[in-house]
Each structure stands twice: as C-alpha cells, then as structure tokens.
Design a protein around this ligand. Structure first.
Ligand code: PLP
Length: 304
C-alpha cells in the first residue's frame, strides 16, 4: 500500500475520531438488546461521514498519480459531490461535477457550496447521466483529458473499501451485528472486508435494491476478499423510492431525534433506523445482541 499523501495526512488531522454513542431506550432494554451508533456524522463539520471514508484512498491514488482534477457525477443534493468539492479544494485539486438534470433557476444550498468550493458544474440530461454510469475505471470516461481522474457515482470503486474498513477498527466495543444504509452498497462492502464483521445488514435507500447483493459481492471479489460474514440487504424499506418519504418515516425520525438527540436525514439514515427498529420489534435479533448502526452523515442534503 502506498503511503498516505502528505496533503491527505494534513486533512485527516482535522477529522475527529467519530464517537460511538449508546442508545438508551427501554424498548431495547426489554428485549435485552444494545444499540450503539457510530457517529460518522460527527467526523467533520462539512465532509459527510461515509463519503470521506470512501474518498480517502481514491484521492490518495489520484494525488500519487499526479492528477490535477477529479471528474465525478451526482444529483443536485449529492453528499458525494459535496464531500468531493470540499476535499478537492483542501487538497488543491480541481473538481468537475456532472449534475443530473437541468440547471435549476435557483441553485439549492448543495449546489451553492459546490460552486463556492470551485467545482465546475456540468448539468446533463437524465439519459446522458445514466450513460455516465457505464464508466467504471478512473480513466474510462471518453472525454477525459490528461491529468483528469474519473470517479464514478457515489465514489463506488474498489479503492473505497479500505477507507470504510478503518471505521471498524475505531469501534472499541465487541459487537454482533452492523447495520448501514445502502445506495451503491460500497460502504457495506467496505464493512464486510473487516475480519471483525460477523454479521452485517444493509438497508437499501432505493427501490429495486436486489442488485445490491451482486454489486457488493463484485466489489469484494475485485479485491480478492472472501468474507464469511452473514449478510443481508433489506429491500423493502425504500418508502417509495430514492429520496421518497412517507408521513410514517418522518414521524419516526422526529421521534428518534427527540428521544435521543441524534439528527437523521430521510434519504439514508432515517430509513435505516426505521428498518432496524422494525426488525427489532419483529423479534429478528436474539436477546443479548449488541448492534452497531453506522450513522453515515448526509445531513447537508436536508437543506433547501
Ligand atoms: C452515499 C450515502 C450512503 C450510501 O453509501 P453507499 O456506499 O453508496 O452504499 C449512505 N448514507 C449516506 C448519508 C450517504 O450519503
């Protein structure tokens, strides 16, 4: 493994070790379950939790390659582009973001930030956007110029797994089950690369999430990693689709936030905690289990 580039070391020094918070809830105590939350939402005031984990070794490769700009893609509220634009600026890398859909008359808070941090925005039609998903390798985008590095949607590449696995080493209690929200499944795959992971459950944030099982296996295979961990992806907690919500989801989130003082967002972490509590109430987890849920951050996406 190549060393961490000095610029990344400098940036990493500004990140906290995210806390691990125990949830005190009589409902859990009654069932003799423990729930802890790994607060990657508190890693950094701006950089969203799992997006930093995923970007770390990708950016390292890019810096070691002498890259001058990173080209990537995302929606208008993308946590990935938000983290990329900020870290790119901190590392002196130019960033270019392909944004799904037409340029809105009024830019939202995410897009404003991207521009403030110097990201060049290229708005593309939904069909062109879908086509961009075909390019997987960092030099695979046809129009790429010398010095440019292509990063697929969500930072979903093999190099992302290693950074995610580091999160596990920070969990200083023994645990039985990890739970995490899934978009591309890369974060879940990263968790599965750790030998400490015995059981992991992902909750798909989008409709039709069955493909995630294969994608996660593919990411592990590409790294030659054999994980014996028991894994399962929940595909029925999408609440109508990506970024869709229901009154029941929003009410659950409000309750959780009020009771535990931990903010959630409706796209990933709200759905994850809803799914987890639903499994708990259905008796899915045997008494005595300690569950660790990963708070992957993403709170910036709640802004208008
Ligand atoms: C992107 C994102 C995810 C999904 O991560 P994947 O690695 O794509 O599965 C989960 N939670 C939050 C808050 C995210 O921003």
């Amino acid at each position: 493994m190549t060393d961490l580039h000095p610029l990344l070391q400098k940036l990493q020094a500004k990140l906290a070790v995210s806390p691990l918070t125990k949830i005190n809830d009589p409902e859990l105590a009654d069932r003799q379950l423990e729930l802890w939350i790994k607060r990657d939402d508190l890693l950094h005031p701006i950089i969203s939790g799992n997006k930093w984990r995923k970007l770390k070794y990708i950016l390292n490769q890019a810096l070691h390659n002498g890259t001058d700009s990173i080209v990537s893609m995302g929606g208008a509220y993308s946590n990935h582009l938000h983290a990329l634009a900020f870290t790119g600026k901190a590392l002196g890398l130019k960033t270019i973001g392909y944004i799904r859909g037409e340029r809105p008359a009024q830019l939202n808070a995410t897009l404003h930030d991207l521009l403030d941090w110097g990201m060049e925005l290229r708005f593309v039609s939904r069909s062109d956007y879908r086509q961009l998903r075909d390019y997987k390798g960092h030099d695979s985008l046809p129009e790429l110029q010398a010095g440019q590095y292509w990063l697929p949607e969500g930072g979903a590449t093999d190099l992302a797994l290693q950074g995610v696995a580091e999160l596990i080493d920070e969990i200083d209690v023994g645990f039985d089950t990890l739970v995490v929200a899934c978009g591309t499944g890369t974060t879940l795959a990263g968790l599965l690369t750790s030998p400490l992971t015995q059981q992991a459950i992902g909750a798909a944030a989008l409709k039709g999430g069955d493909f995630l099982i294969d994608d996660v296996e593919q990411l592990l295979n590409n790294q030659g990693i054999i994980s014996h961990a028991d894994r399962r992806i929940l595909v029925d907690y999408h609440f109508g689709g990506f970024a869709k919500t229901t009154p029941a989801l929003l009410a659950f989130m409000q309750d959780f936030q009020r009771q535990h003082g931990i903010e959630l967002e409706p796209i990933y972490t709200g759905k994850l905690l809803f799914a987890l509590y639903d499994l708990i109430r259905k008796g899915y987890f045997p008494a005595g289990q300690r569950i660790v849920a990963i708070h992957t951050g993403g709170l910036q996406g709640k802004r208008k």
